[in-house]
Design a protein around this ligand. Structure first.
Ligand SMILES: C[S@@+](CC[C@H](N)C(=O)[O-])C[C@H]1O[C@@H](n2cnc3c(N)ncnc32)[C@H](O)[C@@H]1O
Length: 193
C-alpha cells in the first residue's frame, strides 16, 4: 500500500460519522451552470461533498480518491440514499481520468500540476471544470503549509488557459480581508466545442 493511501486512510478513519463532506464554494455558488444530465466526476473527493451534490442534481457521478476508507464511506452513503454515485479508491497519478468521458469535473483542495492535461482532456466538448484550491496568498493557517501545494498568483487561470473561463475568483490580499474569498482561488471553465 502507498504511503499516501495509508496517510489518508488514517485521517478518514479518525473522522467517523462525518458524511458527506462539505460541498465547495465553487460548486455551491455556481451550481446553476450544471447541465441537467450527463456524466460527472469528482477527483480527490475525500468524503465527496461535491459528488453527492452532483448526484443529487441528477448527474451520473463517479467519485475517486486514493483512500479506500473514504471511498467505502461514500459508497455506503450513496447506497443508503439511492444516489447515482459510484465511489472508487484510485490513485489519480497512476490512473488519471480517460479522455473525453466527462461533462463535469470537480476538484477541491488538491493540487497536482501534472494532472491538469489529463483533467482538461477528460472533459467532453462543452464540458465544465469546477476547481477550487488554496493559494500562496493567505490570511489563515488553512490548507497545506508547503507552498508547492498551493497556487501561485494567477496560476489556476494559466493552468486552464485552453478552456473558456466562465467564473474566476482570486482576491489575494486586496481590500477588506474579513470579506470575500480568501486563502483560495476558484474557477469554472468550459472546454470549447
Ligand atoms: C485536502 S483533501 C480534500 C478532500 C476534498 N476534495 C475536500 O475538498 O474536502 C485531499 C484529498 O486528496 C486525496 N488524494 C491525495 N493523493 C491522491 C492521489 N494520488 N489520488 C487520489 N486521491 C488523492 C486524499 O485522500 C484526500 O481525500
Amino acid at each position: 500500500m502507498s504511503d499516501a493511501r495509508e496517510k489518508w486512510d488514517a485521517i478518514y478513519r479518525g473522522k467517523p460519522g462525518v458524511m458527506p463532506g462539505n460541498a465547495s464554494r465553487v460548486l455551491v455558488e455556481n451550481h446553476h451552470l450544471l447541465p441537467a444530465s450527463g456524466d460527472a466526476l469528482e477527483l480527490a473527493c475525500g468524503l465527496a461533498g461535491n459528488a453527492v451534490l452532483l448526484a443529487q442534481h441528477g448527474l451520473r457521478t463517479q467519485s475517486w480518491d486514493i483512500s479506500a476508507v473514504a471511498a467505502e464511506r461514500v459508497a455506503e452513503y450513496a447506497r443508503a440514499h439511492g444516489l447515482p454515485l459510484t465511489a472508487e479508491a484510485r490513485d489519480l497519478m497512476r490512473n488519471p481520468p480517460v479522455p473525453a468521458t466527462c461533462d463535469v469535473i470537480v476538484v477541491a483542495h488538491f493540487l497536482e500540476r501534472d494532472l491538469f492535461p489529463y483533467i482538461l482532456a477528460a472533459l467532453r466538448p462543452g464540458g465544465l471544470l469546477f476547481y477550487q484550491t488554496f493559494t500562496r496568498a493567505r490570511i489563515s493557517d488553512a490548507g497545506p503549509s508547503n507552498p508547492e501545494f498551493r497556487l501561485a498568483s494567477g496560476e489556476l487561470l494559466a493552468l486552464c488557459a485552453k478552456l473558456e473561463v466562465l467564473v474566476y475568483r482570486e482576491e489575494g490580499l486586496i481590500g477588506d480581508l474579513e470579506k470575500g474569498l480568501r486563502d483560495e482561488a476558484m474557477i469554472v471553465a468550459r472546454r470549447p466545442g
